[in-house]
Ligand binder design. Structure first.
Ligand SMILES: *[C@@H]1O[C@H](CO)[C@@H](O)[C@H](O)[C@H]1NC(C)=O
Ligand SMILES: *[C@@H]1O[C@H](CO)[C@@H](O)[C@H](O)[C@H]1NC(C)=O
Ligand SMILES: *[C@@H]1O[C@H](CO)[C@@H](O)[C@H](O)[C@H]1NC(C)=O
Ligand SMILES: *[C@@H]1O[C@H](CO)[C@@H](O)[C@H](O)[C@H]1NC(C)=O
Ligand SMILES: *[C@@H]1O[C@H](CO)[C@@H](O)[C@H](O)[C@H]1NC(C)=O
Length: 401
């Protein structure tokens, strides 16, 4: 029973194949007057036309198409087709005509064929983005930018773009975007960054231990992979890499990580300590009200590349007097590929004597240095921090420790 059914199925299967299978070359039925029989003749291949039908004794005769004529399929016609004449205005020849292919004309870049004309692809106005870019055959398709997306240009290429995620970049959202405007982010999400101080002395002191003294390849990726809590996303990492020199990148990453994980107990403690440190630094140098000449002298006495006079002038305009030194020191650090600011200041103090700097100022600076040193040396958290990061990082041997 089973066997029978099986055989029947096999038979069915074979018969289906037989009837649907294309024969090659393709054939057509032709009544042969000589023998009064229906014959199966071969069709003619592309590039040829039919000269004589087949007979009982002879196959179909086909002849090549003449110049400027073509056939592009197996057929039974005794004539080839005339190639389309030269292309229209604003078109170019995409494929020349030959025996097997008609001439193919296409609209120039940026245009599509509508009826007989090559029209320009339309641009999507702001508030709309390109959903499907135009092709030589089809016009652009625009879409109204959905929630969370915007387009601020009239363009036939630009799709709607995502609103910048301010919080993911550690910034504050100051102006919510809509379909035509991006979100506007500003400043830093943290209160410690006045007059655009990129990183405070205390943050630097706290995180300096995590910056390898010798540049380690992929150091940033290792840190990103191993930092606990919310991961810093790749968008932010790319931004950090674009904007900051290699050493600075570690600081920026840790700062962002700190910001994004500020609700974790461990990080809360770190933030508190850094805040205490800031207050202390403010106590030591916040009351200083240095003149332009004094700031200039101080900057000149720092080693390495100098902060430019224009930057000092600008800093005096944009920063409160209590922040001016801090801002200038941060500019010096960035300019000098993240030299340790504390060490730079120690160097500067030796030279300041010759400038007859007010004694109160030099003493305050000395106190600040000493304080930062003790803060830097305060390694309890750093040890805990390293344990959090895990063995992988430790095995890379942070040479500061
Ligand atoms: C004819 O043109 C087509 C398309 O350009 C090409 O693929 C084909 O090889 C050409 N045939 C001959 C015989 O040149
Ligand atoms: C912005 O980024 C944060 C952190 O990466 C994420 O939690 C949030 O969902 C993002 N917001 C939007 C609108 O994508
Ligand atoms: C989108 O935001 C901009 C700037 O905030 C504003 O000028 C514009 O009117 C807004 N557009 C709509 C449709 O709300
Ligand atoms: C469009 O938005 C981007 C991102 O916010 C901005 O960089 C660019 O300048 C804007 N272009 C115009 C024409 O407003
Ligand atoms: C700093 O000193 C200048 C002149 O020496 C004075 O005009 C200014 O008010 C002082 N600022 C503060 C905050 O003490």
């Amino acid at each position: 029973m089973n066997k029978l059914l099986c055989c029947a199925l096999v038979f069915l299967d074979i018969s289906i194949k037989w009837t649907t299978q294309e024969t090659f070359p393709p054939k057509y039925l032709h009544y042969d007057p000589e023998t009064s029989r229906q014959l199966m003749c071969d069709k003619c291949p592309p590039g040829t036309s039919l000269k004589q039908h087949c007979t009982a004794r002879r196959k179909t005769l086909c002849a090549p198409c003449p110049d400027h004529y073509y056939t592009d399929s197996w057929h039974t016609s005794d004539e080839c087709l005339y190639c389309s004449p030269v292309c229209k205005e604003l078109q170019y020849v995409k494929q020349e005509c030959n025996r097997t292919h008609n001439r193919v004309c296409q609209c120039e870049e940026g245009r599509y064929l509508e009826l007989e004309f090559c029209l320009k692809h339309k641009s999507c106005p702001s508030g709309f983005g390109v959903l499907h870019a135009g092709t030589p055959e089809r016009n652009t398709v625009c879409e109204s930018c959905p929630d969370g997306f915007f387009s601020n240009e009239t363009s036939s290429k630009a799709p709607c773009r995502k609103h910048t995620n301010c919080s993911a970049l550690g910034l504050l959202l100051t102006h919510k975007g809509n379909a035509t405007h991006d979100n506007v982010c500003s400043g830093n999400g943290e209160p410690t960054h006045k007059c655009g101080i990129d990183m405070t002395l205390c943050e630097e002191a706290f995180f300096r231990f995590a910056v390898p003294t010798k540049l380690t390849p992929n150091w940033l990726s290792v840190l990103v992979d191993n930092l606990p809590g919310t991961k810093v996303n790749t968008e932010s990492i790319d931004r950090i890499k674009r904007r900051h020199s290699s050493r600075e990148q570690t600081f920026q990453l840790l700062k962002l990580w700190k910001h994004q994980n500020k609700d974790q107990d461990m990080v809360k403690k770190i933030i508190q300590d850094i805040e205490l440190c800031e207050k202390s630094v403010q106590r030591h140098i916040g009351h200083m009200n240095l003149t332009f000449e004094q700031l200039l002298r101080l900057m000149e006495s720092l080693p390495g590349k100098k902060v430019m006079t224009e930057d000092i002038e600008k800093t005096m305009k944009t920063c409160k007097s209590s922040d001016q030194i801090l801002k200038l020191l941060s500019l010096w650090r960035i300019k000098n590929d993240d030299q340790d600011t504390r060490k730079g200041l120690m160097h500067a103090l030796k030279h300041l004597k010759t400038y007859h700097f007010p004694k109160t100022v030099t003493q305050s600076l000395k106190k600040t240095i000493r304080f930062l040193h003790s803060f830097t040396m305060y390694r309890l958290y750093q040890k805990l921090f390293l344990e959090m990061i895990g063995n992988q990082v430790q095995s890379l041997k942070i040479s500061c420790l």
